[in-house]
Design a protein around this ligand. Sequence first.
Ligand code: DX5
Ligand code: ZN
Length: 220
Amino acid sequence: MNILAPSILSADFKRTGEQLREIAEAGAEYVHVDVMDGMFVPSISFGMPVIKSLRSATDKVFDVHLMIEEPIRYLKEFKDVGADIITIHYEACEDVRATLEGIRELGLKSGLSVKPKTDVNVVREFLDVCDMILLMSVEPGFGGQKFIDGSLERAAALRQIIEESGRDIDLEIDGGVNLDNVSDILDAGVNVIVAGSAVFKDPAENTRKFMEILNSKQEV
Ligand code: DX5
Ligand code: ZN
């Protein structure tokens, strides 16, 4: 199923609850929550108290993208504030497998993310402990960047790796996605679309436009 995951990094934080309701009404199934620690990425975003507060604004799936060093330290805390999916970075973990297993042991879905310069083949050995692979199509750290050329080919390669494994694993993409490039991204085999700046300029209207494209490409 094709799913839209608007990234609240681009939301208007003084009215995020209202904007979460708007995107949900317009068809977004996930809320993409970007957590940055100023170490793994240069920027700092927000943490547990903010997520906990937003949890009461919507019953949609909280897709929490941890751009933090050694996320294994905080898995339970993110579960407790309402995460449904936790995605960690291959590059940020000393023990990737233990981190992914830790997420699943909490009863949550596990995601494994790779940065734009990381070989996509690194995911192969972790497919048995992954519910989702997240391909970064910008260097993580900021919203509003340009989609990196070559990301479509990387997405297609990841979809093939997933298909060959015979496992039911989602493929998500994050960074620089907009209404002009989303069709090609879906055609490359991505089924979970993160979009921040392209949604939150006008959350209701842009979610509706994204959903039109996502639904038109839905497999039957
Ligand atoms: C970047 C974040 C993204 C970001 C996407 O490090 O992981 O989720 O918010 O923003 P856009 O869609 O504006 O590139
Ligand atoms: Zn993200």
